[in-house]
Design a protein. Structure first.
Length: 285
C-alpha cells in the first residue's frame, strides 16, 4: 500500500479439498474489498487431494468485515480457514526442566523482537531458571511433578493456560511425558526432540548415537500428540559428525541444533506458516 493511510497486515490461511477456482474465489473477495496481496503461496497435495494456501494481505479495511465476506466462499469450498492480524503477537507459554539452551535462545529472540510472541509465562518443574526468566521480566511458575501428584500438576498447568489465554505451548526441553488428557486439553503445543524421529528415543540419546557410530545427528521440532514423539513434524536440523565426536561433543552440537530447529518452528507457527496435513505439515517459508 502507498500513501499515508493506516493499513492492517493480515494473513489468511486455508485448506480444503482441491478443485479448480479456489485461488480465484479468494482473490476476488480480496480485490473487491480493497486488500492488497503482499505474498501468496499455494500447494496442492496429490496424496491427500487437499489444497493449502497462505495469503499475506494489507489494506485499510476491517478484518471482521473481511471475515464476513470470506465466510460464504469458505463454506462453498469446505475450507478450514482463519484470518489473523499480524500486528497481534501470539500468546505463548514456555515449559522447561533442567536443560536451558532452548529456553535461553527463545528468550533472547523474544527480547530482540525476532519472535512475534507475547510470552505470558515460563513454567518449570524445577527452580533452576527462575533468575534467567525474571531477568527478562517474565513471570516464572514452578509446578513440581511428583509420581503421585502428576494430575494436580497438570491441572495447575491448565489453570495457567486458561488464565493467560495461551494460544501456543512450547516444550523447550520439558522432560515430563504429558498425559493423553493433557495433550487433548492443551492448545497447539510444539516440542523439540533430540534426534530424528523416531531414532534414539528415551534417555541419553547422544550416548546411543555415539555407540552406533552415527555420521549425522539432528533435532526435530514437532506438534505434540498423544503418540509420544510422533506428532506432525515442523522442522528438522542436522549436523555432520565423525568418529572423533564423543558423547559430550555430540551433545554440545545437538544443543545448537535443538535451539535452531525449535526457534524456527515457533517462529513459523506464530507467523501462520504451518498448516496441518494429517500426520504431516505444510510449511510455507
Amino acid at each position: 500500500m502507498t500513501g499515508g493511510a493506516t493499513t492492517t497486515d493480515a494473513v489468511l490461511t486455508l485448506s480444503c479439498p482441491d478443485r479448480v477456482g479456489i485461488v480465484l474465489a479468494v482473490a476476488r473477495v480480496l480485490v473487491e474489498d480493497g486488500w492488497n496481496t503482499v505474498d501468496s503461496q499455494q500447494y496442492g497435495d496429490p496424496d491427500t487431494g487437499r489444497f493449502f494456501m497462505r495469503v499475506h494481505v494489507d489494506g485499510p479495511g476491517d478484518l471482521d468485515a473481511l471475515r464476513a465476506r470470506l465466510a460464504p466462499v469458505a463454506e462453498a469450498h469446505g475450507m478450514d480457514w482463519r484470518l489473523d492480524d499480524l500486528a497481534r503477537p501470539g500468546r505463548v507459554l514456555v515449559m522447561v526442566s533442567q536443560h536451558g539452551h532452548c529456553l535461553n535462545d527463545l528468550l533472547y529472540r523474544h527480547s530482540t523482537g525476532a519472535l512475534n510472541a507475547d510470552v505470558r509465562a515460563v513454567v518449570s518443574n524445577h527452580e533452576v531458571f527462575r533468575p534467567l526468566v525474571e531477568q527478562h521480566g517474565l513471570p516464572f511458575h514452578q509446578v513440581p511433578v511428583t509420581k503421585d501428584g502428576k494430575p494436580e500438576a497438570e491441572a495447575r498447568l491448565l489453570e495457567l493456560v486458561a488464565a493467560e489465554q495461551v494460544e501456543l505451548v512450547v516444550l523447550a526441553r520439558y522432560m515430563q511425558v504429558l498425559s493423553d488428557d493433557l495433550c487433548a486439553a492443551l492448545p497447539d503445543t510444539i516440542n523439540i526432540h533430540h534426534s530424528f524421529l523416531p531414532s534414539f528415543k528415551g534417555g541419553r540419546p547422544y550416548h546411543q548415537a555415539h555407540a552406533r557410530g552415527v555420521k549425522l545427528i539432528g533435532a526435530t521440532a514437532h506438534y505434540v500428540t498423544a503418540d509420544l514423539d510422533e506428532g506432525p513434524i515442523i522442522e528438522q536440523e542436522v549436523a555432520r559428525v565423525d568418529h572423533a565426536f564423543g558423547p559430550e561433543r555430540l551433545a554440545a552440537t545437538g544443543r545448537d541444533l535443538e535451539s535452531i530447529a525449535l526457534a524456527r518452528a515457533v517462529a513459523w507457527h506464530l507467523e501462520h506458516r504451518v498448516l496441518r496435513n494429517g500426520s504431516r505439515t505444510v510449511v510455507f517459508r
